[in-house]
Design a protein around this ligand. Structure first.
Ligand SMILES: [Zn+2]
Ligand SMILES: [Zn+2]
Length: 282
C-alpha cells in the first residue's frame, strides 16, 4: 500500500541517539517513491540528523520552503555544500517574497536580521533551482504547496514584531508564508512551517482547496508562542469545529500554547521530537 511518511529532521526537541535539536524546522516527506524536503532548519543540523536517521538528502526530488526566515532556510547552504551532485537542478518551491530581507524588533526597539542568509539564497540558484509559488501548485504524488494564504480571521496575526527594514518602520506581513497538503484515504494531511498566516486561516484555505474532505493530520509550527487568551480560545474553537484527528504542534507553537492544545484535545495532540516518523496510507 502506498504510504506517506513525514520524519521530523529539525525541531526544538529531539529524542533518540545522537539526534540534535535547534530553533528551526525541517521535515523529510516520503510519498511513494517521491522524496521532498520541507524546510531546512537553521544550521547543518539538518544534514547531521538525516545521517543519524539513515535519510539520504541527496535522494531529494524537490524542496519546499514555507517562508524566508533563517530558522527554516539556514540549512540550505549546508545541504548545497555536501556537493553530491545529485541535488543539482532540484526544484525549490518558495514564494518570491521569501528571498526579501526580514527583521524582528528587539525589546529595545532595534532590529535584528532574521531573513535568509546569503549562502542559502545563493543555493536556491545553484545547485537548486528556484520555482516561485504565487498560487497553489501540485509538486508530485499529490503533494500541493498552497502559495500565499488568504488572511480572513480577525483574531490571527503574524505572531511577532516582524519588519521589512532594519529600522523596523515597515511591518512584514509574511506574505511568503505557505503550507503543503496531501489528500489521503483518511483525510487531508497539512504540513505547516510557522503558520504566520494563522493556523485557522491556513486550515480554512486548505479546506477551500480540497472541499468535502476532512483534515486528518496537522503537523508543524503554529506560531501561537505569543498568542493571547482571545486568540487561543478562538483557535481552539476553530480546531474543534474542523475536528482534526491528529495535531503535532511543533517549533514556534510555544510551551504554553502546546500545553493548552494538549489539555483541550488530549487524545489528538502529540509531541513530535526530531526522529519521529508520522505515517498514513495515501
Ligand atoms: Zn518564521
Ligand atoms: Zn520558525
Amino acid at each position: 500500500m502506498k504510504q506517506v511518511s513525514i520524519t521530523v529532521l529539525v525541531e526544538h526537541t529531539a529524542q533518540g541517539h545522537s539526534l540534535l535539536a535547534e530553533h528551526g524546522l525541517s521535515f523529510w516527506v516520503e510519498i511513494g517513491p517521491r522524496r521532498i524536503l520541507f524546510d531546512a532548519g537553521q544550521t547543518d543540523i539538518v544534514s547531521h540528523n538525516a545521517r543519524m536517521l539513515d535519510i539520504d538528502l541527496s535522494s531529494m526530488d524537490a524542496m519546499v520552503l514555507s517562508h524566508g526566515h533563517y530558522d527554516h532556510t539556514g540549512g540550505l547552504a549546508a545541504i548545497a555544500r555536501s556537493k553530491t551532485g545529485r541535488e543539482r537542478g532540484v526544484i525549490a518551491y518558495a514564494h518570491p517574497r521569501a528571498m526579501e530581507e526580514k527583521y524582528a524588533r528587539n525589546a529595545d526597539g532595534t532590529g535584528r536580521y532574521i531573513g535568509m542568509a546569503a549562502d542559502s539564497r545563493n543555493a536556491l540558484h545553484t545547485p537548486f533551482e528556484l520555482r516561485k509559488t504565487e498560487a497553489p501548485i501540485e509538486i508530485g504524488e499529490g503533494l500541493t504547496v498552497t502559495g500565499p494564504i488568504p488572511r480572513v480571521t480577525d483574531f490571527e496575526d503574524t505572531g511577532g514584531p516582524f519588519f521589512k527594514d532594519p529600522e523596523c518602520r515597515h511591518p512584514d506581513d509574511l506574505a511568503d508564508d505557505q503550507a503543503a497538503f496531501l489528500e489521503t484515504s483518511a483525510g487531508t494531511i497539512v504540513i505547516l512551517g510557522c503558520a504566520h498566516a494563522g493556523i485557522v486561516n491556513t486550515l480554512s484555505y486548505v479546506t477551500q482547496l480540497v472541499p468535502d474532505r476532512p483534515i486528518h493530520t496537522v503537523i508543524g509550527g503554529t506560531h501561537l508562542v505569543s498568542a493571547d487568551e482571545k486568540r487561543m480560545n478562538k483557535t481552539v474553537e476553530a480546531l474543534r469545529a474542523i475536528d482534526i484527528q491528529r495535531l503535532f504542534p511543533l517549533h514556534c507553537t510555544g510551551f504554553q500554547a502546546a500545553a493548552r492544545l494538549w489539555k483541550e484535545f488530549p487524545d489528538r495532540v502529540r509531541a513530535c521530537p526530531v526522529g519521529t516518523k508520522v505515517e498514513l496510507p495515501v
